[in-house]
Design a protein around this ligand. Structure first.
Ligand SMILES: Nc1nc2c(ncn2[C@@H]2O[C@H](COP(=O)(O)OP(=O)(O)OP(=O)(O)O)[C@@H](O)[C@H]2O)c(=O)[nH]1
Length: 366
């Protein structure tokens, strides 16, 4: 093989390796982004919890010269740490919950009757409204701040050999190892369907708004009742916070009497902590839409319309919308955000206001 041939072969080999590496890298990038995509609004998590094991008992002997016999003086091991599921008001989704939690192990006993320290508990912080299921059966429903559920108990510490010493039996007995901690698998579910719900009359532009602010692509059409079941979209912020917004089918008069499947739609609204009232500003007296919506909500459940909310004045690109907006602002004493889902005007402001509500909303508003 000539020098030139050897050189060409080496170049081919190196290029091949580089291409292979590039492909491998792009494959991992694709996998990573898919994984990231699957972390959209997590309202379900499977968690394996393993509590800490107890520390072993010590098997030691003292040899006191003044005592007639050298006796066992091994201390007991400390208890293993429990794994506890706890409601934390700062946690708003199950996205931060890991797949596996292991408790801390207790410390082993030592000579001179020194007992090992028991391990502290490990906490899994979850949002208010988390339902804990084991094998499909609900074992706990966390509905209060600070509420806790012991998911796995830590193992008891092993007894040191001194423990087994009695007057009758002076023969030293081997110490016991600590018990293993409990191991269980749970399914965690978040009661809240979405953080915010778009509430409006049919054709107000709720689906169009959801498209404008999130990744969701619900059907949009120029006729009412295009939406027959809620769609959830995710609004993503630069600090990686994600707010889930549901497009709820339009409410009609007497929805609370189940007209137009109203009750099932209202039930979805009940599961949203923030309400965004979407009004069609091309129609006259838009505040009447708001009155009607609030009436339906409160007839269904008292004070439901009192949830943290904002008024989204949609279709601001249409004629008369600005005149109607002035009139609306005279009628209501609440923040009104004029937008156009069609042209995208002022959508950024709506997204920012949604975030303010999300950060401020009281978690125990149910
Ligand atoms: N000009 C204008 N049209 C809009 C705007 N937003 C929505 N539309 C139109 O209004 C019609 C209804 O929009 P949708 O988003 O389907 O309304 P919806 O409230 O989801 O309707 P339902 O599914 O019946 O509840 C569609 O033809 C949209 O293109 C807007 O900001 N400006």
């Amino acid at each position: 093989m000539s020098l030139l041939q050897m050189y060409c072969r080496t170049v081919r080999l190196c290029t091949g390796m580089m291409i292979h590496r590039a492909r491998k890298y792009s494959a991992t990038t694709a996998q990573f982004s898919e994984k990231k995509l699957s972390r959209y609004f997590v309202d379900y998590r499977r968690v394996r919890v393993v509590a800490g094991s107890g520390g072993n008992g010590a098997s030691t002997f003292h040899s006191e010269p003044r005592k007639e016999w050298g006796g066992p003086d091994g201390g007991n091991g400390g208890a293993g740490g429990d794994v506890i599921i706890k409601v934390d008001p700062r946690v708003k989704s199950l996205a931060s919950v890991s797949a596996v939690y292991s408790g801390k192990n207790g410390v082993a006993g030592r000579n001179k009757d020194r007992c090992g320290r028991s391990a502290s508990s490990t906490y899994i912080l979850v949002p208010l409204g988390t339902i804990i299921k084991e094998g499909g059966k609900t074992v706990a429903d966390l509905l209060c701040h600070g509420q806790m559920y012991t998911a796995a108990y830590g193992g008891a510490g092993g007894k040191g050999n001194h423990f087994f010493l009695s007057n009758e039996n002076r023969a030293p007995i081997t110490a016991m190892p600590g018990d293993r901690g409990q191991e269980r698998v749970f399914q965690l579910e978040l009661r809240t369907m979405a953080h915010a719900g778009l509430v409006g009359l049919p054709n107000a532009g709720k689906s169009s708004l959801l498209c404008a602010i999130s990744n969701a692509r619900p059907a949009v059409a120029a006729y009412p009742f295009t939406t027959l079941k809620p769609h959830v979209g995710i609004v993503k912020y630069r600090d990686h916070e994600q707010v889930a917004v549901a497009d709820i089918p339009g409410l009609t008069p007497d929805a609370h009497l189940n007209s137009g499947l109203g009750i099932s739609f209202l039930r979805h609204i009940e599961h949203c902590r923030i309400l965004l009232y979407v009004l069609d500003m091309s129609s006259v007296e838009p505040w009447k839409q708001l009155q009607q919506l609030r009436f339906e909500l409160d007839q269904y459940k008292m004070h439901l319309s009192h949830r943290p909310s904002a008024i989204v004045a949609n279709k601001m690109d249409l004629p008369d919308a600005w005149n109607n907006l002035r009139a609306l602002r005279n009628q209501v004493h609440q923040r009104v955000i004029p937008v156009s889902a069609l042209t995208g005007d002022n959508i950024e402001q709506l997204i920012l206001h949604l975030r303010e509500l999300y950060d401020d909303y009281p978690l125990d508003s149910d």
